[in-house]
Design a protein around this ligand. Structure first.
Ligand SMILES: [Zn+2]
Length: 439
């Protein structure tokens, strides 16, 4: 018998590998921070022993979910302003609140709440774009979550920097400090085409290339943005980025709502990852991204929650269900975005879009052990004919039971193991009192 660090059993193991192998009565063996083997329970149990065995009756085991676009610290602005057009929401509410409140302390406390919410909903990796990412990195690492942290770049001053040069200097320092970390991947995140001129975009790209780190940008989120970019550069947003040599497989583009066929072809050709933010797009009435067309063209489309101020939660399971249903209705075709495709978007394609395709996103030998289990012993998950159907159309965040990141159990029986949950909620309420008092 081989002694290993953990064995996770389940009635079903959804590997999400190339052939979408499902192991009925299966197990995943973890050694160190990686997956040693997946297989049938009866084979695994005669080959391996461990002091740490997660029993699997009534459980499904699957790769951790990946949130490829968020501004995690915005959880502290959850519900601060709703039911407004994007420009008014940003200019009159979100940016003033950020200018008043953002600081390393704010970010550090807010990231605790964001990670707690995401982990308890089965998210093991998030891809962020925000400010004071050093504080975010320290908190995410302390909690034990995997994160790609993009330092925001803008052409106008905010509390975190006074000019483009300073944003880029901050970003370079952050990249130098964190490159090579086991859990945190630094990233350069020019905000969008209407907030970053071509020179800032070129410099962001050069910086990312210099250090071999990813780029993260908002792209074609609203019709207004397309008109604005057309009037400034005489090109549509994706064409503009192509024109300045920005697009490649290192780029993750959030939204891509208003993209035309030739732009979709460009995104596919340049292997750009796309974060589809269905609920944010619905709430801000930004439009409907052509997800089915992008997938048909070979674009790697994944799920982002966007910030909690425009969603208002960080729940990939609900993004999955909503996305499948909305796109079926839009295309008047119920076969569009079937449950297997949706779960691929949330797992392996999410990892590929983030640049982690060789390391996470599926349960395969040698990949990092980012694994979750979902408890099927629930009224809304009974009876069971098709396990993919339940995960996509019926499961809730509260059904997530075990969450392992990088070989460590971070959520056990639905409870965060690394920090005190009540204390995190208490801190959030105290910040809310302060913010409300100052409004
Ligand atoms: Zn966003």
């Amino acid at each position: 018998m081989i002694d290993v660090d953990c064995i996770i059993y389940g009635d079903y193991v959804l590997t999400m590998d190339e052939s979408l192998t499902v192991i009925r009565n299966g197990a995943v063996v973890v050694k160190g921070n990686a997956i040693l083997e997946t297989g049938a329970s009866d084979v695994i149990s005669t080959k391996y022993i461990s002091n740490n065995i997660i029993k699997g009756q009534g459980r499904v085991v699957l790769p951790g979910l990946i949130n490829t676009h968020t501004h995690a610290a915005m959880v502290y602005f959850r519900g601060i302003a709703d039911d407004l057009p994007l420009n008014e929401w940003l200019n009159n509410h979100i940016w003033p609140a950020e200018n008043a409140w953002l600081s390393p302390e704010f970010i550090s406390d807010a990231i605790e709440l964001a990670c707690l919410e995401m982990l308890k909903g089965g998210i093991t990796t998030y891809n962020d774009m925000y400010f004071y990412e050093d504080a975010a990195g320290k908190t995410a690492k302390r909690i034990g979550m995997r994160a790609v942290l993009g330092v925001g770049i803008l052409d106008f001053p905010t509390k975190s920097a006074s000019c483009t040069d300073e944003y880029l200097r901050n970003a370079e320092l952050f990249v130098k400090d964190w490159k090579g970390d086991e859990l945190i991947t630094p990233c350069i995140a020019p905000h969008a085409l209407y907030t970053c001129g071509p020179e800032s975009l070129r410099r962001s790209k050069a910086l990312a290339e210099k250090y071999g780190v990813p780029l993260h940008i908002h792209l074609s989120e609203t019709e207004w943005e397309v008109r604005e970019v057309l009037s400034r550069y005489k090109k549509r947003p994706v064409e503009h980025l192509e024109n300045i040599g920005f697009l490649d497989e290192n780029v993750l583009a959030a939204h891509c709502v208003w993209v035309e066929d030739n732009e979709i072809e460009l995104l596919a050709k340049r292997k750009v990852g796309v974060a589809h933010c269905m609920e944010s797009n619905l709430k801000l009435a930004s439009g409907f991204a052509p997800v089915a067309s992008m997938i048909a063209e070979g674009v790697k489309v994944s799920f982002g929650t966007d910030g909690a101020a425009s969603n208002n939660d960080m729940n990939i399971l609900s993004e999955m269900s909503t996305t499948a249903k909305v796109h079926k209705a839009l295309s008047q075709d119920p076969t569009v975005l079937d449950s297997r495709t949706i779960l691929l978007m949330a797992t392996r394609w999410g990892a590929e879009a983030t640049g982690f395709g060789d390391r996470t996103g599926s349960l395969e030998k040698g990949k990092l052990a980012d694994i979750i289990t979902i408890n099927l012993n629930k009224p809304h998950l009974t009876p069971l004919y098709d396990v993919y159907s339940h995960i996509v159309y019926a499961a809730m965040a509260s059904d997530v039971e075990t969450v392992m990141v990088n070989g460590k159990i971070i959520v056990d029986a639905g409870k965060l193991m690394t920090l005190d949950e009540q204390e995190i909620l208490h801190k959030a309420c105290k910040w809310c009192e302060k913010i409300k008092g100052n409004e």
